[in-house]
Design a binder for this molecule. Structure first.
Ligand code: GDP
Ligand code: IMO
Ligand code: MG
Length: 431
Protein backbone atom coordinates (compact mmCIF):
# COMPACT_ATOMS: atom_id res chain seq x y z
CA UNK A 1 0.00 0.00 0.00
CA UNK A 2 1.55 3.30 -1.04
CA UNK A 3 1.93 5.96 1.65
CA UNK A 4 0.06 9.21 1.22
CA UNK A 5 0.34 12.76 2.45
CA UNK A 6 -2.88 14.77 2.69
CA UNK A 7 -2.28 18.52 2.50
CA UNK A 8 -4.66 21.46 2.76
CA UNK A 9 -4.70 23.16 -0.65
CA UNK A 10 -6.15 26.51 0.42
CA UNK A 11 -6.42 28.34 3.77
CA UNK A 12 -7.41 25.35 5.90
CA UNK A 13 -10.78 23.68 6.56
CA UNK A 14 -10.84 22.06 3.12
CA UNK A 15 -12.29 18.86 4.60
CA UNK A 16 -8.96 17.11 5.31
CA UNK A 17 -10.46 15.29 8.32
CA UNK A 18 -13.17 13.70 6.21
CA UNK A 19 -10.72 12.73 3.46
CA UNK A 20 -8.24 11.22 5.92
CA UNK A 21 -11.04 9.22 7.50
CA UNK A 22 -12.36 8.16 4.09
CA UNK A 23 -8.87 7.12 2.85
CA UNK A 24 -7.72 5.83 6.26
CA UNK A 25 -8.80 2.22 5.93
CA UNK A 26 -5.97 -0.24 5.66
CA UNK A 27 -3.12 2.08 6.70
CA UNK A 28 -1.02 0.99 9.67
CA UNK A 29 -0.45 4.57 10.80
CA UNK A 30 -1.95 8.06 10.57
CA UNK A 31 0.62 10.74 11.47
CA UNK A 32 0.15 14.40 12.38
CA UNK A 33 3.35 16.37 11.78
CA UNK A 34 2.74 20.10 12.40
CA UNK A 35 0.48 22.56 14.16
CA UNK A 36 -1.43 21.88 17.32
CA UNK A 37 -4.94 22.35 18.67
CA UNK A 38 -5.49 25.22 16.21
CA UNK A 39 -6.66 22.48 13.84
CA UNK A 40 -10.31 21.46 13.81
CA UNK A 41 -10.89 18.36 11.71
CA UNK A 42 -14.50 17.21 11.42
CA UNK A 43 -15.34 13.58 10.83
CA UNK A 44 -18.81 12.16 10.48
CA UNK A 45 -19.05 8.52 11.44
CA UNK A 46 -22.57 7.17 11.03
CA UNK A 47 -24.93 9.83 12.39
CA UNK A 48 -22.32 11.28 14.77
CA UNK A 49 -20.06 14.23 14.07
CA UNK A 50 -16.68 14.47 15.83
CA UNK A 51 -14.20 17.36 15.82
CA UNK A 52 -10.54 16.52 16.45
CA UNK A 53 -7.90 19.11 17.28
CA UNK A 54 -4.78 17.11 18.14
CA UNK A 55 -5.57 13.44 17.65
CA UNK A 56 -5.24 12.21 14.05
CA UNK A 57 -8.42 11.54 12.09
CA UNK A 58 -7.33 7.92 11.70
CA UNK A 59 -8.52 7.23 15.24
CA UNK A 60 -11.99 6.27 13.93
CA UNK A 61 -10.51 3.42 11.88
CA UNK A 62 -10.12 0.36 14.07
CA UNK A 63 -6.60 -0.88 14.54
CA UNK A 64 -4.94 2.18 12.95
CA UNK A 65 -2.08 3.54 15.09
CA UNK A 66 -1.93 7.31 15.44
CA UNK A 67 1.18 9.42 15.95
CA UNK A 68 1.77 13.01 17.01
CA UNK A 69 5.07 14.07 15.47
CA UNK A 70 7.98 16.14 16.68
CA UNK A 71 6.85 19.03 14.46
CA UNK A 72 3.75 19.60 16.56
CA UNK A 73 3.12 21.89 19.53
CA UNK A 74 1.03 19.94 22.03
CA UNK A 75 -1.09 21.34 24.84
CA UNK A 76 -1.24 18.43 27.34
CA UNK A 77 -4.43 19.76 28.93
CA UNK A 78 -6.15 19.77 25.52
CA UNK A 79 -4.71 16.34 24.65
CA UNK A 80 -5.99 14.77 27.87
CA UNK A 81 -9.46 16.30 27.32
CA UNK A 82 -9.57 14.99 23.75
CA UNK A 83 -8.53 11.47 24.79
CA UNK A 84 -11.15 11.39 27.57
CA UNK A 85 -13.91 12.75 25.29
CA UNK A 86 -13.19 10.09 22.65
CA UNK A 87 -13.07 7.31 25.21
CA UNK A 88 -16.41 8.44 26.59
CA UNK A 89 -17.77 7.91 23.08
CA UNK A 90 -16.41 4.37 23.09
CA UNK A 91 -13.34 4.99 20.86
CA UNK A 92 -10.19 3.27 22.12
CA UNK A 93 -7.30 5.75 22.15
CA UNK A 94 -4.59 5.05 24.73
CA UNK A 95 -3.49 1.73 23.28
CA UNK A 96 -2.91 3.15 19.80
CA UNK A 97 -1.85 6.77 20.30
CA UNK A 98 1.90 7.50 20.24
CA UNK A 99 3.35 10.95 20.98
CA UNK A 100 6.89 11.94 19.98
CA UNK A 101 9.03 12.89 22.97
CA UNK A 102 10.52 15.62 20.72
CA UNK A 103 7.20 17.40 20.14
CA UNK A 104 7.03 20.83 21.78
CA UNK A 105 5.08 21.27 24.98
CA UNK A 106 2.52 24.05 24.72
CA UNK A 107 1.89 25.62 28.12
CA UNK A 108 -0.94 27.85 29.41
CA UNK A 109 1.33 30.90 29.19
CA UNK A 110 1.64 30.38 25.43
CA UNK A 111 -2.12 30.76 25.12
CA UNK A 112 -2.11 33.87 27.29
CA UNK A 113 0.75 35.40 25.25
CA UNK A 114 -1.06 34.56 21.99
CA UNK A 115 -4.10 36.48 23.23
CA UNK A 116 -2.10 39.48 24.48
CA UNK A 117 0.03 39.76 21.32
CA UNK A 118 -3.10 39.73 19.21
CA UNK A 119 -4.56 42.55 21.31
CA UNK A 120 -1.35 44.53 20.84
CA UNK A 121 -1.51 44.14 17.05
CA UNK A 122 -4.93 45.83 17.07
CA UNK A 123 -6.10 46.41 13.48
CA UNK A 124 -3.20 44.34 12.17
CA UNK A 125 -4.13 41.28 14.23
CA UNK A 126 -3.72 37.91 12.50
CA UNK A 127 -6.96 36.56 13.88
CA UNK A 128 -5.27 33.54 15.47
CA UNK A 129 -7.21 30.69 17.02
CA UNK A 130 -5.87 31.73 20.45
CA UNK A 131 -4.45 28.25 21.04
CA UNK A 132 -0.92 29.51 21.80
CA UNK A 133 0.59 28.26 18.55
CA UNK A 134 2.88 31.21 17.65
CA UNK A 135 4.38 31.64 21.15
CA UNK A 136 4.97 27.88 21.50
CA UNK A 137 6.87 27.70 18.18
CA UNK A 138 8.75 30.84 19.21
CA UNK A 139 10.03 29.06 22.33
CA UNK A 140 11.00 26.06 20.21
CA UNK A 141 13.03 28.17 17.79
CA UNK A 142 14.57 30.11 20.67
CA UNK A 143 15.59 26.74 22.06
CA UNK A 144 14.07 27.56 25.43
CA UNK A 145 10.80 25.61 25.33
CA UNK A 146 10.04 22.25 26.92
CA UNK A 147 9.37 19.08 24.96
CA UNK A 148 6.89 16.30 25.62
CA UNK A 149 9.80 14.19 26.81
CA UNK A 150 9.93 16.43 29.89
CA UNK A 151 6.78 14.67 31.10
CA UNK A 152 8.82 11.51 31.60
CA UNK A 153 11.23 13.18 34.10
CA UNK A 154 11.03 12.25 37.78
CA UNK A 155 7.87 14.03 38.92
CA UNK A 156 9.55 16.33 41.44
CA UNK A 157 12.02 17.51 38.83
CA UNK A 158 9.17 18.07 36.37
CA UNK A 159 7.32 20.19 38.93
CA UNK A 160 10.43 22.30 39.61
CA UNK A 161 11.16 22.72 35.90
CA UNK A 162 7.58 23.71 35.12
CA UNK A 163 7.56 26.26 37.93
CA UNK A 164 10.79 27.81 36.57
CA UNK A 165 9.31 28.13 33.08
CA UNK A 166 6.02 29.57 34.34
CA UNK A 167 7.83 32.11 36.52
CA UNK A 168 9.92 33.21 33.52
CA UNK A 169 6.75 33.60 31.48
CA UNK A 170 5.18 35.57 34.33
CA UNK A 171 8.04 38.06 34.06
CA UNK A 172 7.25 38.57 30.38
CA UNK A 173 3.53 38.86 31.14
CA UNK A 174 4.19 41.54 33.78
CA UNK A 175 7.08 43.34 32.02
CA UNK A 176 5.74 43.49 28.46
CA UNK A 177 2.00 43.40 28.97
CA UNK A 178 1.39 44.47 32.59
CA UNK A 179 -0.66 41.29 32.81
CA UNK A 180 -1.49 39.19 35.87
CA UNK A 181 0.87 36.31 36.63
CA UNK A 182 -0.28 32.71 36.14
CA UNK A 183 -0.45 30.50 39.25
CA UNK A 184 2.86 28.64 38.87
CA UNK A 185 2.48 26.07 41.63
CA UNK A 186 -1.11 25.14 40.71
CA UNK A 187 -0.28 24.70 37.01
CA UNK A 188 2.90 22.75 37.72
CA UNK A 189 0.93 20.38 39.98
CA UNK A 190 -1.66 19.91 37.26
CA UNK A 191 1.12 19.15 34.79
CA UNK A 192 2.48 16.47 37.12
CA UNK A 193 -0.93 14.78 37.13
CA UNK A 194 -1.17 15.06 33.32
CA UNK A 195 2.32 13.62 32.97
CA UNK A 196 1.22 10.44 34.71
CA UNK A 197 -1.70 10.07 32.28
CA UNK A 198 0.28 10.83 29.13
CA UNK A 199 3.61 9.10 29.89
CA UNK A 200 2.68 5.67 28.58
CA UNK A 201 2.02 7.26 25.16
CA UNK A 202 5.30 9.19 24.88
CA UNK A 203 7.79 7.46 22.60
CA UNK A 204 10.99 7.96 20.69
CA UNK A 205 9.81 8.72 17.14
CA UNK A 206 12.82 7.18 15.41
CA UNK A 207 12.10 3.83 17.05
CA UNK A 208 8.30 3.97 16.88
CA UNK A 209 8.26 4.71 13.15
CA UNK A 210 10.96 2.18 12.20
CA UNK A 211 8.43 -0.02 10.39
CA UNK A 212 7.49 2.88 8.10
CA UNK A 213 11.10 3.76 7.40
CA UNK A 214 11.83 0.16 6.54
CA UNK A 215 8.69 -0.03 4.39
CA UNK A 216 7.07 -2.79 6.41
CA UNK A 217 4.27 -0.50 7.61
CA UNK A 218 2.15 2.02 5.70
CA UNK A 219 1.46 5.61 6.68
CA UNK A 220 -1.05 8.33 5.91
CA UNK A 221 0.34 11.76 6.81
CA UNK A 222 -2.36 14.16 8.05
CA UNK A 223 -1.67 17.81 7.26
CA UNK A 224 -3.26 20.53 9.33
CA UNK A 225 -4.09 24.09 8.20
CA UNK A 226 -3.29 24.67 4.52
CA UNK A 227 -0.62 25.66 2.02
CA UNK A 228 -1.56 29.35 2.06
CA UNK A 229 -1.19 29.42 5.86
CA UNK A 230 2.36 27.99 5.70
CA UNK A 231 4.89 30.08 7.65
CA UNK A 232 7.29 30.23 4.67
CA UNK A 233 5.11 29.78 1.60
CA UNK A 234 1.79 31.23 2.75
CA UNK A 235 0.37 34.74 2.84
CA UNK A 236 2.84 35.99 5.44
CA UNK A 237 2.32 37.48 8.02
CA UNK A 238 -1.29 36.23 7.96
CA UNK A 239 -0.25 32.61 8.40
CA UNK A 240 0.23 30.04 11.12
CA UNK A 241 3.66 29.27 12.59
CA UNK A 242 4.43 25.89 11.02
CA UNK A 243 5.17 24.35 7.62
CA UNK A 244 1.82 23.07 6.39
CA UNK A 245 3.38 22.31 3.00
CA UNK A 246 4.92 18.96 2.12
CA UNK A 247 8.33 19.56 3.73
CA UNK A 248 6.64 19.66 7.13
CA UNK A 249 5.81 15.96 6.77
CA UNK A 250 9.52 15.16 6.62
CA UNK A 251 10.86 17.48 9.32
CA UNK A 252 7.80 16.96 11.52
CA UNK A 253 8.10 13.16 11.71
CA UNK A 254 11.79 12.49 11.09
CA UNK A 255 10.87 10.16 8.22
CA UNK A 256 12.88 10.49 5.00
CA UNK A 257 11.29 12.12 1.90
CA UNK A 258 11.05 8.82 0.05
CA UNK A 259 8.56 7.56 2.66
CA UNK A 260 5.98 10.14 1.65
CA UNK A 261 4.49 8.37 -1.40
CA UNK A 262 1.57 10.20 -3.05
CA UNK A 263 1.11 13.86 -2.21
CA UNK A 264 -2.58 14.71 -2.32
CA UNK A 265 -3.95 18.24 -1.93
CA UNK A 266 -7.49 18.81 -0.66
CA UNK A 267 -9.42 21.74 -2.13
CA UNK A 268 -12.97 22.88 -1.56
CA UNK A 269 -14.99 23.37 -4.73
CA UNK A 270 -14.95 27.05 -3.65
CA UNK A 271 -12.73 28.75 -1.11
CA UNK A 272 -12.83 29.87 2.53
CA UNK A 273 -10.56 31.61 4.97
CA UNK A 274 -10.93 32.23 8.69
CA UNK A 275 -8.93 35.00 10.33
CA UNK A 276 -7.43 38.05 8.67
CA UNK A 277 -5.31 38.55 5.57
CA UNK A 278 -5.77 38.88 1.81
CA UNK A 279 -8.35 36.70 0.02
CA UNK A 280 -8.62 37.71 -3.66
CA UNK A 281 -11.83 35.83 -4.54
CA UNK A 282 -13.72 36.74 -1.34
CA UNK A 283 -17.42 37.42 -1.70
CA UNK A 284 -18.70 40.13 0.57
CA UNK A 285 -22.15 40.98 1.89
CA UNK A 286 -25.09 38.83 0.74
CA UNK A 287 -23.21 36.73 -1.79
CA UNK A 288 -20.66 35.69 0.83
CA UNK A 289 -23.38 35.14 3.40
CA UNK A 290 -25.27 32.89 0.96
CA UNK A 291 -22.25 30.66 0.32
CA UNK A 292 -21.49 30.55 4.08
CA UNK A 293 -25.03 29.35 4.74
CA UNK A 294 -24.94 26.73 1.97
CA UNK A 295 -21.59 25.36 3.16
CA UNK A 296 -22.23 25.69 6.90
CA UNK A 297 -18.97 27.63 7.04
CA UNK A 298 -18.29 28.22 10.72
CA UNK A 299 -14.92 27.40 12.31
CA UNK A 300 -14.58 23.92 13.85
CA UNK A 301 -12.17 25.27 16.51
CA UNK A 302 -13.39 28.77 17.29
CA UNK A 303 -16.93 28.85 15.83
CA UNK A 304 -16.02 32.01 13.88
CA UNK A 305 -17.87 32.59 10.58
CA UNK A 306 -15.54 31.69 7.71
CA UNK A 307 -15.00 34.16 4.90
CA UNK A 308 -16.21 32.60 1.63
CA UNK A 309 -15.35 33.09 -2.03
CA UNK A 310 -14.87 31.42 -5.41
CA UNK A 311 -12.28 28.80 -6.32
CA UNK A 312 -8.93 30.46 -6.97
CA UNK A 313 -6.91 28.77 -9.72
CA UNK A 314 -3.94 31.11 -9.31
CA UNK A 315 -3.56 30.08 -5.67
CA UNK A 316 -4.45 26.47 -6.60
CA UNK A 317 -1.68 26.16 -9.19
CA UNK A 318 0.73 27.60 -6.62
CA UNK A 319 -0.31 24.87 -4.15
CA UNK A 320 0.17 22.17 -6.80
CA UNK A 321 3.66 23.47 -7.56
CA UNK A 322 4.92 24.19 -4.04
CA UNK A 323 3.92 20.73 -2.79
CA UNK A 324 4.57 18.81 -6.01
CA UNK A 325 1.06 17.36 -5.73
CA UNK A 326 0.47 14.04 -7.41
CA UNK A 327 -3.28 14.32 -6.96
CA UNK A 328 -6.08 16.56 -5.75
CA UNK A 329 -9.36 15.89 -3.99
CA UNK A 330 -12.25 18.30 -4.46
CA UNK A 331 -14.64 18.51 -1.48
CA UNK A 332 -18.04 20.06 -0.87
CA UNK A 333 -19.09 19.91 -4.52
CA UNK A 334 -22.66 19.44 -3.22
CA UNK A 335 -22.57 22.90 -1.61
CA UNK A 336 -22.74 24.43 -5.11
CA UNK A 337 -25.77 22.31 -6.13
CA UNK A 338 -28.32 25.14 -6.09
CA UNK A 339 -26.25 27.87 -7.76
CA UNK A 340 -27.22 28.84 -11.33
CA UNK A 341 -23.69 30.13 -12.03
CA UNK A 342 -20.32 29.37 -10.51
CA UNK A 343 -17.27 31.59 -10.83
CA UNK A 344 -13.57 30.77 -10.77
CA UNK A 345 -10.53 33.07 -10.68
CA UNK A 346 -8.41 32.21 -13.73
CA UNK A 347 -5.84 34.95 -13.16
CA UNK A 348 -5.37 38.15 -11.16
CA UNK A 349 -5.36 41.74 -12.32
CA UNK A 350 -2.79 44.00 -10.67
CA UNK A 351 -3.06 47.63 -11.77
CA UNK A 352 -4.25 46.59 -15.24
CA UNK A 353 -1.62 43.87 -15.66
CA UNK A 354 -2.58 40.18 -15.82
CA UNK A 355 -0.89 37.91 -13.29
CA UNK A 356 -0.99 34.14 -13.84
CA UNK A 357 1.40 33.33 -11.00
CA UNK A 358 0.57 33.71 -7.33
CA UNK A 359 2.42 36.79 -6.02
CA UNK A 360 4.47 35.87 -3.00
CA UNK A 361 5.24 39.47 -2.03
CA UNK A 362 2.87 40.41 0.79
CA UNK A 363 2.29 43.94 -0.57
CA UNK A 364 0.91 42.65 -3.90
CA UNK A 365 -1.78 40.14 -2.94
CA UNK A 366 -4.06 42.62 -1.12
CA UNK A 367 -4.15 44.74 -4.30
CA UNK A 368 -5.02 42.11 -6.89
CA UNK A 369 -8.47 41.66 -8.33
CA UNK A 370 -9.61 38.27 -9.58
CA UNK A 371 -10.21 37.74 -13.30
CA UNK A 372 -13.35 35.62 -13.04
CA UNK A 373 -14.66 33.04 -15.48
CA UNK A 374 -18.34 32.10 -15.29
CA UNK A 375 -19.30 28.46 -15.41
CA UNK A 376 -22.88 27.17 -15.67
CA UNK A 377 -24.21 25.51 -12.52
CA UNK A 378 -26.05 22.17 -12.50
CA UNK A 379 -28.95 22.96 -10.14
CA UNK A 380 -29.40 19.31 -9.22
CA UNK A 381 -28.40 17.32 -6.12
CA UNK A 382 -25.03 15.54 -6.29
CA UNK A 383 -24.76 13.87 -2.89
CA UNK A 384 -26.08 10.49 -4.02
CA UNK A 385 -23.49 10.16 -6.79
CA UNK A 386 -21.25 7.11 -6.39
CA UNK A 387 -19.38 7.46 -9.67
CA UNK A 388 -18.55 10.27 -12.07
CA UNK A 389 -21.28 9.24 -14.50
CA UNK A 390 -23.89 9.85 -11.76
CA UNK A 391 -23.00 13.56 -11.67
CA UNK A 392 -24.92 16.09 -13.78
CA UNK A 393 -22.96 16.97 -16.90
CA UNK A 394 -22.18 20.63 -15.89
CA UNK A 395 -20.74 19.34 -12.58
CA UNK A 396 -18.46 16.95 -14.50
CA UNK A 397 -17.46 19.83 -16.79
CA UNK A 398 -16.59 21.96 -13.76
CA UNK A 399 -14.35 19.19 -12.39
CA UNK A 400 -12.71 18.65 -15.80
CA UNK A 401 -12.02 22.37 -16.02
CA UNK A 402 -10.43 22.39 -12.55
CA UNK A 403 -8.32 19.33 -13.39
CA UNK A 404 -7.05 20.89 -16.62
CA UNK A 405 -6.32 24.30 -15.14
CA UNK A 406 -4.73 23.00 -11.94
CA UNK A 407 -2.59 20.62 -13.95
CA UNK A 408 -3.04 17.70 -11.58
CA UNK A 409 -5.27 14.61 -11.54
CA UNK A 410 -8.39 14.89 -9.42
CA UNK A 411 -8.34 11.57 -7.59
CA UNK A 412 -11.47 12.01 -5.50
CA UNK A 413 -14.60 14.14 -5.23
CA UNK A 414 -16.50 14.54 -1.98
CA UNK A 415 -20.22 15.20 -2.23
CA UNK A 416 -21.31 15.18 1.42
CA UNK A 417 -20.10 14.90 5.00
CA UNK A 418 -20.45 11.15 5.36
CA UNK A 419 -17.63 8.67 4.73
CA UNK A 420 -19.37 7.12 1.74
CA UNK A 421 -20.43 10.40 0.11
CA UNK A 422 -17.31 10.19 -1.98
CA UNK A 423 -16.43 9.41 -5.58
CA UNK A 424 -13.03 7.84 -6.11
CA UNK A 425 -11.46 8.81 -9.44
CA UNK A 426 -7.94 7.34 -9.40
CA UNK A 427 -7.39 8.03 -13.09
CA UNK A 428 -8.77 11.57 -13.00
CA UNK A 429 -12.11 13.14 -13.95
CA UNK A 430 -11.46 13.84 -17.62
CA UNK A 431 -13.05 11.24 -19.88
P1 GDP B 1 -10.53 20.32 7.89
O1 GDP B 1 -10.02 21.26 8.93
O2 GDP B 1 -9.82 20.46 6.60
O3 GDP B 1 -10.58 18.90 8.36
O4 GDP B 1 -12.04 20.76 7.61
P2 GDP B 1 -13.15 21.16 8.72
O5 GDP B 1 -13.59 19.92 9.41
O6 GDP B 1 -12.67 22.29 9.54
O7 GDP B 1 -14.27 21.77 7.78
C1 GDP B 1 -14.85 21.02 6.75
C2 GDP B 1 -16.36 20.95 6.99
O8 GDP B 1 -16.99 20.52 5.81
C3 GDP B 1 -16.77 19.95 8.07
O9 GDP B 1 -17.93 20.41 8.70
C4 GDP B 1 -17.07 18.68 7.26
O10 GDP B 1 -18.02 17.83 7.90
C5 GDP B 1 -17.68 19.28 6.03
N1 GDP B 1 -17.47 18.51 4.79
C6 GDP B 1 -16.37 17.81 4.38
N2 GDP B 1 -16.55 17.33 3.14
C7 GDP B 1 -17.79 17.71 2.75
C8 GDP B 1 -18.55 17.55 1.54
O11 GDP B 1 -18.10 16.97 0.56
N3 GDP B 1 -19.79 18.12 1.52
C9 GDP B 1 -20.31 18.80 2.57
N4 GDP B 1 -21.51 19.31 2.46
N5 GDP B 1 -19.62 18.98 3.72
C10 GDP B 1 -18.38 18.44 3.81
P1 IMO C 1 -7.46 23.15 10.05
O1 IMO C 1 -6.40 22.12 10.30
C1 IMO C 1 -8.33 27.31 9.15
C2 IMO C 1 -5.67 30.33 10.90
C3 IMO C 1 -6.22 31.26 11.95
C4 IMO C 1 -5.38 32.49 11.68
C5 IMO C 1 -4.02 31.91 11.34
C6 IMO C 1 -3.05 31.84 12.51
O2 IMO C 1 -8.74 22.91 10.72
O3 IMO C 1 -7.58 23.39 8.57
P2 IMO C 1 -2.87 30.28 14.66
O4 IMO C 1 -3.84 30.02 15.76
O5 IMO C 1 -2.47 29.06 13.91
O6 IMO C 1 -1.69 31.09 15.09
O7 IMO C 1 -3.68 31.23 13.63
O8 IMO C 1 -4.28 30.60 10.87
N1 IMO C 1 -5.83 28.88 11.18
C7 IMO C 1 -6.70 28.08 10.54
N2 IMO C 1 -7.63 28.36 9.62
N3 IMO C 1 -8.14 26.05 9.54
C8 IMO C 1 -7.19 25.75 10.44
O9 IMO C 1 -6.86 24.47 10.75
C9 IMO C 1 -6.44 26.79 11.03
N4 IMO C 1 -5.45 26.84 11.96
C10 IMO C 1 -5.09 28.14 12.03
O10 IMO C 1 -7.58 31.49 11.76
O11 IMO C 1 -5.86 33.16 10.53
MG1 MG D 1 -10.70 22.74 10.21
Amino acid sequence: MENRVIIGGQWGDEGKGKIIDAFGEGFDWVLRYQGGANAGHTIQVGAKEHVLHLIPSGIFREGVRCFLGNGMVIDPWALRDEIVALEEKGVSVRDRLYVSSAASLLMPYHKRLDELREQLRKRKSIGTTGRGIGPAYQDKLQRSGLRLGALTMPLEKLERTAIEHILEANEILAGQFEAEPLPAKVLAEELVVLAQTLRPMIVDGFTALRGIRERRESALFEGAQGTLLDIDHGTFPYVTSSNCTVGGAVTGTGLPPRSLGEIVGVFKAYCTRVGNGPFPTELLAEEGEHLRKLGGEFGATTGRPRRCGWFDLVAGRYTVGVNGLSGAVITKLDVLDTLPTIKVAEAYDLDGERLDDFPVRPDMLPRVRPVLKEIPGWEKPTNKAKKLADLPSPARKYLEYLEKELGVLIVGVSVGKARDEMILTPTGVTT
